[in-house]
Write a protein that binds this ligand. Structure first.
Ligand code: FES
Length: 95
């Protein structure tokens, strides 16, 4: 099976910042589980896009937050159910 790539995007950046207490954070909103689910989806579709973690986009109230890089859109309040939409965004920008 041929590996698919994007001509625009090279990675998905997922915030995994965690804060104790009552402050919202992406890890506190489930971003760690997203990492594995996104990676599994990319592998299943044979798409070569790197998934990276980082600590905070400054949009903590809207977590989980991720961004397509370089220069792509932010995705906020992201959930596993939105992964197909994310993959479509990446691949439809690359044709
Ligand atoms: S904790 Fe994820 S954007 Fe700040």
């Amino acid at each position: 099976m041929n590996t698919k790539t994007s001509t625009i995007y090279s990675s998905i950046l997922v915030c995994v910042n965690y804060r104790d207490g009552h402050e919202k954070s992406c890890a506190g909103s489930g971003s760690q589980a997203l990492l594995e689910a996104i990676s599994e989806k990319l592998i299943s579709k044979n798409i070569d896009i790197e998934v990276q973690t980082l600590k905070c986009f400054g949009r903590c109230q809207n977590g989980p937050v991720l961004r397509v890089a370089p220069g792509g859109d932010f995705f906020e309040h992201f959930s596993v159910e939105q992964i197909d939409k994310l993959v479509d965004y990446i691949m439809n920008q690359s044709s």
